[in-house]
Ligand binder design. Structure first.
Ligand SMILES: [Zn+2]
Length: 288
């Protein structure tokens, strides 16, 4: 490919007011994985947990939690065009997003997303030749109400929030661009950390806010990973911003059919012809 440092594929600002208040800077979107892929694999197989601190144990999600994750991903497919494929975590279908359950991270958090980016560079040209993004999304087992996170529950909204992080969104209150307080509401964005004072009380959002959709429109363009719109590449493989998809004016406008969540059974071969440099690895560890 045609870039030589990770910063060349950090998510750029859109210039659109408030959209940039949700863009996680120094983050690389799933558009830029190498070898190129136009889908995101996910798994509940605990062997696929990665980038989780050593003092954080991970167990398998409950069946209800797994079904909730599948439902959330179906919804996200409908509003972003991103294809998600469930895998078993074996070597023939590497996992991008892992979903698990743990009681070992900050008890004040309902969920967490550990984001990790590794890359290798061609020894002679310096070009980035492998780029792997991995998110481990955990729900907190210290809260009983997260055991069955169906639509309209805190757990469902927590999954939306954490997957929002994995897709490149930050907390509305974090810098460098902070969402103005009058907009910092779950009615506008699920990336708010303005939560109810009554833990476990249903938030009942069950969907992204209009600002989330606008930010995801900038990153993915409503036509999925590496589509025409959103962050993508030109014909030479050079990262570009494909821009907002004008067809997405409001929530739910993108996509129309449910994803079948098919299992990817075949390997994506690693591109040959380069030498990975093991000591040139990037890592980002992220937000709650
Ligand atoms: Zn967060």
């Amino acid at each position: 490919m045609s870039w030589t440092s990770l910063s060349q594929v950090y998510s750029p600002m859109s210039g659109s007011p408030n959209v940039d208040d949700l863009i996680w800077t120094n983050q690389v979107s799933y558009n830029y994985q190498l070898p190129t892929q136009n889908y995101i694999n996910f798994s509940f197989d605990t062997s696929a947990a990665a980038a989780v601190p050593g003092n954080v144990g991970v167990s398998e999600m409950t069946g209800d939690q797994q079904n909730a994750v599948r439902g959330v991903l179906n919804y996200i497919h409908n509003v972003t065009g991103i294809n998600f494929n469930e895998t078993t975590g074996d070597s023939t279908a590497p996992v991008d997003m892992f979903f698990g359950y743990s009681g070992d991270f900050n008890n004040g958090w309902y969920g967490v997303d550990y984001n990790n980016i590794t890359y290798g560079q061609d020894a002679s040209s310096g070009s980035v030749s492998t780029l792997d993004i991995h998110d481990s999304i955990l729900l907190n087992s210290n809260y009983d109400f997260l055991d069955s996170p169906g639509p309209g529950s805190v757990g469902y909204d927590t999954l939306l929030h954490e997957i929002g992080h994995a897709l490149g969104l930050k907390n509305a209150e974090d810098g460098p661009n902070v969402l103005p307080a009058n907009l910092d509401s779950p009615d506008i964005t699920i990336m708010t950390n303005v939560v109810t004072a009554d833990p476990g009380a249903p938030m009942n959002y069950g969907q992204f806010g209009s600002l989330d959709i606008a930010a995801l429109n900038w990153l993915y363009g409503g036509d999925g990973v590496l589509g025409t719109y959103g962050l993508t590449v030109n014909s030479s493989g050079v990262p570009i911003a494909g821009g907002f998809n004008p067809l997405i004016a409001a929530q739910g406008a993108a996509g129309s059919s449910l994803n079948s969540l098919t299992t990817v059974a075949t390997a994506t071969p690693v591109a040959a012809g380069f030498t990975a440099v093991p000591n040139q690895q990037g890592q980002l560890v992220g937000l709650s």
